[in-house]
Design a protein around this ligand. Sequence first.
Ligand code: SF4
Length: 338
Amino acid sequence: MKMNFYDLTVDKLKEFLSEQNENPSKALILFDGIYRKGFKDFGQFGFSERVVNKLSAFKLDMPEVKRKLDGGDAAKLLLKLSDGNFCETVLMRQKFGNCVCVSTQVGCNMGCKFCRSGMLRKQRNLSAGEIVGQLMAISKEFSCRIDGVSVMGIGEPFDNFSAVADFCSIITEDKGLAVSRRKVTVSTCGIVPKIKEFAEIKAPVSLAISLHAPNDKLRSMLMPINKVYPIKDVLDAAEYYSQKTNKRVTLEYILLAGINDSEAHAKELSELIRGRDFYINLIPYNETDTEFKKPSYDVVDNFCRVLKENGVVATKRKEFGAELKAACGQLASVYEDN
Ligand code: SF4
């Protein structure tokens, strides 16, 4: 069976070429041709027939676009994978450029109560190439360059660790898509051992952690993973990541009306992270098929004000794609739906 070229990091491609008694430096030429020049087959490189024959071990497997929605500042693709499963990917047209939010699994087993994506049981992990394929599909369908990537779509990235680590390496390769390392963010619900492992491999990207509550009781109610990895362990792991990589970790906090959005919650959150170098990203809830509601703008502003008054660095995330069901926690990958 042929391997998918998009699954390969430069190092893995070099390894393959060396095993084939070919010069490993061809790996960078291949990345440049496929990702930058848009070559569609290995015959376009001007390599000898011998080399082309060896490269026929690979296919260039792209997901099939089944639905395309464009709502101005956000757009969404529903993609069909080679085994018939679906995944969704979102383009956000931001001030700094085009940012793509990718999915890492078909479904998700983490069961966060506010998340529509989490209502779909995990079917399987996506390969690195299937995650790369989402960027390639966005770039092709919307004729755009990719300036930033959020690994925040359907799935828990650290439940698919090696594929996500390879994906980060592939897309930040200078000779390939060359997405700036500063503009790639991996977001986890807080799988502590994997946060530490991610710090060890020094994947040169940013880390965001979904916190969503200022205490364990509330967080365990919203996010079952908290029963395994409570808040203190998650924050300690995040600090470890900061120290190892020299990058400040973002804590994501979805504001749910009447659940975690009071002044008392804001004060408790400020206390929780006092003395730690985190940055809070507030996300007003995007309503979907759950019992949760979005708070008013006043409540969101007030929450942010209380954090700032207590010395916390906090911002409100600009909302993208809610009308396309493309916002955080709204992705579902259901072909018949939407
Ligand atoms: S928020 Fe993320 S980790 Fe939680 S259920 Fe949704 S996709 Fe999974």
